[in-house]
Design a protein around this ligand. Structure first.
Ligand code: FES
Length: 115
């Protein structure tokens, strides 16, 4: 069971347990179920409102799988990642620190989510 710790300067950190490997639990869904006030709007990877910064708290960890095509577009448009950075991450199989909470599926690893 992965722990997801939500962190924001305006609120107390909150750690919640997520069901691993369900492949349907997005970070946003978990946040909403636990009354974490992450901003969101479209819930469909289009608007970028739910931007989060993710880091692994797991020594062996990786961060939740590759970016979706929608995330790549939005994160480029927001100026968070360049096309080159995205390409390097894909080639080297590196996780992105920037994600969209409505698109990122929680995997079996402990993560810190800054929102
Ligand atoms: S809520 Fe719009 S991109 Fe996530």
């Amino acid at each position: 069971m992965p722990n997801v710790t939500f962190s924001n300067p305006s609120y107390k950190d909150k750690t919640v347990y997520a069901v691993a490997g369900s492949h349907v639990e997005t970070v946003l869904k978990i946040a909403r179920e636990n009354k974490i006030p992450i901003n969101f709007s479209c819930q469909d990877g289009e608007c970028g409102t739910c931007l989060i910064k993710v880091s692994s708290l797991d020594a062996k960890g990786r961060m939740g799988g590759p970016l979706t095509e929608k995330e790549k577009t939005v994160l480029r448009n927001l100026g968070k990642l360049t096309a080159e950075e995205i390409e390097t991450m894909e080639l080297d199989d590196l996780p992105s620190p920037w994600r969209l909470a409505c698109q990122m599926i929680v995997r079996d690893e402990d993560i810190l989510v800054e929102y």
